[in-house]
Design a binder for this molecule. Sequence first.
Ligand SMILES: [Zn+2]
Length: 375
Amino acid sequence: MSWKSVLGQERVKTILKRSFTTNKTAHAYLFYGAEGTGKDAAAIAFAQLLNCENPVEGDACDTCSHCKRIAALQHPNLKLIVPLPVGKGEKEGDDPFRTLDQKTITEYHQAIEEKAHNPYSRITITRANTIKINSIRDIRRTMHLARAERGTKIILISEADKMNPSAANSLLKTLEEPAPNTVLLLTTAHRDALLPTIISRCQLVRFELLREDEIRNGLLAQQKDLDEQQAIIISKMANGSFSRAQELTGTDLIAQREEVIDLLRNILARSPAVWMKEIEAFLGPKERYHVARSLMLLNLWLRDSMMIENDNNDAIINLDQQDSLTKFTTHFDTATLPAVINATEQAIALVEKNIYLSLILINLAFDIRRLIARR
Ligand SMILES: [Zn+2]
C-alpha cells in the first residue's frame, strides 16, 4: 500500500498528506467519487500513514508491522464496515457477525482477503444490500474498548450510502461525539444518498475519474503478461474506473473485437436473411453486459476509421488494426460514420435496459446498412 499503490488522485494525496504533516487530521472524512477511482485504496493508505512507525513526508513506510497488518486488513486499529446480510434471528444489539451462517462468513473472509490483495476490488457478499445498524453500533463498542494498540483507530465505512436509515442515525450520534485518536473514513460513489447531516460532519474529499494513461499504466504494472494493445483498449472502455478496467482484463477483448467486426462485415456485405442468422449466432448465450461490451468495441473501431480518414493516426486506439481500418475506409464513405457511431451508442443504451437483444441488434444492422454509404 502507501500512496504509491493508489493510482493518480494527486490532489487527494496532497490534501491527506498535508493534514497528517500539519497535525490537522479531521475526525471524519467522506471520500466520494465514481466507482473504481480508488477511494478505499486511499483510505487504507491513509490508515497506514496514521499508524506507521516511520512515516516520511506524509507517506507510510510500508514495511513496519503496522503498515503490513493494515495493508493485510488485519490490524486491530482498523475496523472495516461493509454491507452484510441480516442473520437468522438477528436482534438489535447483536454482534453483526454472530448470527451469520458459515457460508456467509467464509464469503466475507474471502472478500477481505481479495480486498487486501487488491484494494480496488469490491466487497460483494450474497444478500448483503445494506450496512446494518449492528455494524454501526459495533463502532462505538470498538471505540470505547481499552486500546490494545497505540496509534490511531480507523473506522472505514465502505459504500457508506448503503447504510439503512437506522444505521445512518446511529452513525450520526457517533459523529457528534468524536472519540480521541479515532478517524472515521466514509467512502461512497453516491454522495447524494447520504443524510445531509452526515455529509456536513465530514471533511469532503473528491475523487476524480482516472485518466486513461493512469489506468493503462496501472494495469500494465499489475499484470505483467497483459498485452499492451489490450491495455489501451481497456483504458478507453473503463470510463475512469480502475475496478472496471480490472474486470475487463479477465476477458479476451481482441477476440471479441474480431467477432463483432466480422458481424459488421457480414451486415454490410450480405443479405438480411444471412446476417439475421449471424446475429442470432453472435448473441448465442451471451450476457447483456457482454453484448454491450462488443458494441463498445465496434464503436471504438468505427471511431478509429474516422481517425484514419482524417490522418489523425495518433488518436487511433486499435493500433494493430491499421491495415483493416484503411481498407474499410477505401470502401465506405467515412463522412457517414458519425451517424453510425451515434446509432451504436443508442443501441448500447438499449442493451443496458431490459430490451430484447436480437431486436436491438437487428435494428442496429438496418441502421448501419441505411447510414453507411459505399464510395
Ligand atoms: Zn510503516
